[in-house]
Design a protein around this ligand. Sequence first.
Ligand code: AMP
Length: 438
Amino acid sequence: MAQKVQGTEDLYGGYMRAWQRMQDVARELFGAYGFDMIETPAIEQVDTFVHGIGESTDVVRKEMFRVVSGALFSDLLALGDESRLKPRQRMAMRPEGTAGVVRAVVENNLVPQGAAPAKLWYAEAMFRGERPQKGRLRQFHQVGVEWLGASDPAADAECIIMLMEYFERLGFARESLRLVINSMGDAACRPAYREKVRAFIMDHADEMCEDCLERAQVNPLRAFDCKNDHCREVMAAAPLAPDNLCEECAAHYASVKRYLDAAGVAYVEDPTLVRGLDYYTRTVFEVEAVGAGVGAIGGGGRYDGLVELEGGKPTPGLGFAVGFERIALALAEQGVELGGEAPACVYVACTPGEVERAAAFDACRALRAAGVRTEADYQGRSLKGQFKQADKFGALLCVILGGNEVAAGVATLRDMVSHEQVEVPFGRLADEVLARLG
Ligand code: AMP
């Protein structure tokens, strides 16, 4: 039997409805904040991610699924490495949404000089070659927003407020969420801070793991994220970002916190929160569903240098992404079924016979034209079998068409809950059904 790729999932039934619900809630809420939907290609040039996410990140170095056409694949094997491929021939599946959206904003000039910011949201599959486990997939789904052209700290706060409101609308109890924030500084203060952390790691070189020693060379801040307990213990004494902010960054961070306080949004400051990607500046944040055991369910931050890295004019930006699969797991843990019930339907049943079948065919058309989800029998079932099937579908109403009804130009309408039955003239069937469905 053919099998799906490890770490991927099929979305159908209630799980698919849950993913659709996440998109519906996003469309409504993010729309109220002025965000429009965007979809960028699932494949981009590798350089888009290298520039944006950072050469030294795990995502770029180890987790990107690289894409080659069949024809190029043989060349690649013959060449032995990809160095002779042109940049446009080096492609990867997107591991996250921001780099591609920022590339699209630059390429389509969506924030021209002097224009209002671009506010975009997406709902897309992402691809990372990680070791699959609970809440960690190789193809997963994110809803995210990118806000390009806004430098005001109110934008950072509004982004976070919108994110927390989104989680609430999906069904999370506010107390079950832990919002963690930090400021990582900017181009003015971060380089000096990075050097301090690098020097700290080198001073403790004999106590740190190989990976952290490598991180010290490429991106020392990542050592705060080390999975090794001992490295984390050592890093607890390392210099902290909020203590090393320049005046502007400190003022920006203080302002974000004031806005969050004014909106009554609770947060915890974690001076070691650095997030995995290179592009963040100033505000970073992450949200965890307490006790769900699935890790972060969403996170984001400001990335004021990213548009330039993707070849655009200096443009501030910020955004976040949340993971569908982890949210579904965390909500299930709290007893919330994100997908809800299957949609209600009406079942059209008929006795055997060509005339009755034709009447059922017409009834289905009339009900569907009125927007009613309508089911019927397509497998030659007896009337009793059709009633059973109507129950399986969870039909609220059943339209019954026997020889007598058809001859009289009426249909019997049966309420599947109260079992009450009424006769309805054929021409009024759709109106009557709509009225009863409320
Ligand atoms: P990140 O950009 O890595 O912070 O990802 C944002 C969100 O996407 C996370 O908070 C998770 O909810 C989700 N996520 C990231 N990686 C995975 C993965 N491999 N499988 C499932 N969800 C993921």
